[in-house]
Write a protein that binds this ligand. Structure first.
Ligand code: F6R
Length: 609
């Protein structure tokens, strides 16, 4: 949600600023801009639209300078336009700022600054920041930023520079991510790692409240005005992780990467010693687990759908009540939890503001917090008592795919771990599930290798319609919800998911004129019930697309299009069922000419509430 890049060093700043922004474009793509300092002047260029538009608008211009800041925006305050684009400057134009987040008290600050004669040219909350810094500026940018920071309320990651006190950049962070990179020929700021790959070999993730100063010689991190020793990490990812690697879209690359991601997620987590599941040093030991009498799972979007799988799985395996909550609702509902409740927060980015706030609320109420996240040292990982990393690798497409399947895998692993700790399952039962977990990566691969033709055919047909319905029962219903989200977010087809038995209570009225009904049928004990529900839809002239296991004959007999999955345990089916759904959404989006990786109005990593 908004991407920030900054550089100061020996090289020209422009190439990194543009390439860095492109790597961060998944965070927002409504408008983009750069500010480069050279010989006493800050040059600013801003352009509504994607980064390619900014590039086009500056083509042929000489914008020299070895320090600069840049931004790609996901609009919150003020519609996408040139004047609302970042960087923003103070009224006199000597301080430039890029910002990710929301300054909640911006109206109050704006009124105060306007009374003092500052003028504003945008509708953004951000523009108060350079003006506030200017108000406190007495020749030292760092001091002015620190004073301004003390007045800001809300969430921010911001990088600032001044033409009156040049030669360094100042970055601040509160609840929005900001990373400092240490390079050989300069130092860097970025919202996320992909921008830094290939430029730096070490980095520091700024913590809330910290201020970072980068200049040509080094980096200094301050807490309350005092320099502190930063935690420096090695950047080991190679450039391929942040490139499309020959695929047309990141989403397709990330779908195809799932067998590898699942193997990574499993790796080293099955032991054969005292316990079968090894999740590292979890603080939730047997004594604590014994007292847990309720699990609450909280997340947003696709991660929320992964939680739903968790609910069905944990209730089956652990016989503990599980509640699943949308993070943005959870914290304002005064949820009932205590030290006997385990709260599991799931987040790919580890930075989603609503999920982070829900975590804080659950922690305040004494609940033990387990985070399942993909991003090392993310805010959610830091705030939780325990973390299971999904190890999916960088996910860049806005539509989440490999993060979802690895979240579900982590959810299974933790369920088995708890079942073992609480003595709910015997070792042989656990072992049966584990044996099958190990086979999932190759089964996902098999779906991708063997079913692309039928999946593309299904997608081509579905792409002709403006509505689609997804139905299923039990775990199939839960995955149907994710299938519907995937389809609507990237192809813009209106898609809804229903528990198959619920159709006849209202929605059946919409099943007419060959509208696509995508039926998930992997829960063997419910197959006959599913077949009846499919018949109900077919009788109303719905067009039936089914996903079922190889060898199934009942479901194909009532379907027009069938995608067969390799067999697995019903409990583990979600990891397989979702693969054709991801691919259907992908190919439908391509067929409709939509921008697959950057769907309209969306952005990845939603760091505002
Ligand atoms: C949809 C999607 C979003 C995210 C949601 C939570 O494809 O990616 O719905 O799942 O914004 O994001 P994280 O998992 O980063 O907390």
């Amino acid at each position: 949600m908004c991407g920030i890049a900054g550089y100061i060093g020996e090289k020209q700043a422009l190439p990194f600023l543009i390439s860095g922004l492109k790597k961060l474009e998944y965070r927002g793509y409504d408008s983009a801009g750069i500010a480069i300092y050279n010989e006493g002047r800050i040059e600013v260029r801003r352009q509504v639209g994607k980064i390619a538009e900014l590039e086009r608008s500056i083509r042929g211009q000489v914008i020299e300078g070895t320090q600069g800041i840049a931004h790609t925006r996901w609009a919150t305050h003020g519609m996408p336009s040139n004047r609302n684009s970042h960087p923003h400057r103070d009224s006199d134009g000597h301080i430039a700022v890029v910002h990710n987040g929301i300054i909640e008290n911006y109206l109050e600050l704006r009124n105060e600054l306007e009374d003092k004669g500052y003028t504003f040219t945008s509708e953004t909350d951000t523009e108060v920041v350079p003006n506030l810094i200017a108000e406190y500026f007495e020749g030292n940018l760092l001091e002015a930023v620190e004073k301004a920071k003390a007045r800001l309320r809300g969430s921010y990651a911001a990088v600032c520079m001044s033409q009156q006190d040049p030669d360094y950049l100042v970055g601040i962070r509160q609840d929005s991510p900001l990373i400092v990179g240490y390079g050989k020929d300069g130092n860097y700021f970025a919202s996320d790692i992909p921008a830094l790959i290939g430029h730096v070999d070490r980095y520091t993730v700024l913590k809330n409240g910290e201020t970072a100063v980068i200049d040509r010689d080094g980096v200094t991190i301050y807490v309350d005005g005092k320099a502190v020793e930063p935690e420096v990490m090695e950047l080991t990812m190679d450039i391929d992780a942040a490139e499309k690697g020959g695929y047309d879209h990141f989403m397709l690359k990330e779908i195809i990467e799932q067998p590898r991601a699942l193997k990574e997620c499993l790796s080293g987590r099955i032991a054969y010693g005292k316990r079968v599941i090894d999740l590292g040093e979890l603080k939730l030991d047997a004594a604590k687990a014994e007292k847990i009498n309720k699990i609450v799972m909280v997340a947003c979007g696709t991660a929320y759908h992964a939680c739903y799988v968790g609910r069905y799985v944990y209730e089956k395996l652990l016989r503990i009540p599980v509640e699943v909550e949308i993070a943005s609702e959870f914290r304002y509902r005064d949820p009932i939890l205590d030290e006997h409740t385990l709260t599991i927060v799931v987040s790919q980015s580890g930075e989603t503001a609503d999920t982070l706030a829900a975590l804080a609320e659950a922690k305040r109420k004494g609940s033990h917090i387990l985070a399942i996240t993909n991003v090392w040292e993310s805010s959610i990982a830091r705030e939780a008592h325990d973390v299971i990393y999904t190890r999916a690798g960088i996910e860049i497409a806005v539509a989440s795919t490999k993060a979802y399947t690895t979240q579900i895998l982590a959810i299974y692993l933790f369920g088995l771990y708890m079942a073992e700790l609480k003595g709910k399952m015997i070792r042989r039962e656990i072992q049966t599930i584990i044996n099958e977990l190990y086979r999932l990566p190759e089964k996902v691969q098999q779906i991708i290798d063997d079913n692309l033709d039928i999946i593309k055919e299904m997608a081509d047909e579905i792409a002709e319609f403006e509505d689609a319905f997804f139905i299923g029962r039990d775990l199939d219903y839960v995955v149907a919800r994710e299938g519907a989200l995937k389809l609507k977010e990237i192809s813009y087809i209106h898609a809804e998911a229903y528990a198959a038995g619920e159709l006849k209570h209202g929605t059946l009225a919409l099943i007419v004129d060959r509208v696509p009904v995508i039926c998930l049928c992997t829960q063997r004990n419910l197959e006959e019930k599913m077949v009846s529900n499919i018949k109900e839809a077919q009788t109303r002239n719905g067009q039936i697309f089914s996903i079922c296991f190889e060898g199934d004959t009942l479901v194909p007999a009532v379907s027009e299009h069938v995608c067969y999955l390799p067999k697995t345990l019903d409990l583990l089916a979600p990891i397989l069922t979702v693969i054709p759904l991801q691919l259907i959404a992908y190919y439908a989006s391509v067929k409709r000419g939509a921008d697959v990786d950057k769907p309209r109005n969306l952005a990845k990593s939603v760091t505002v509430e």
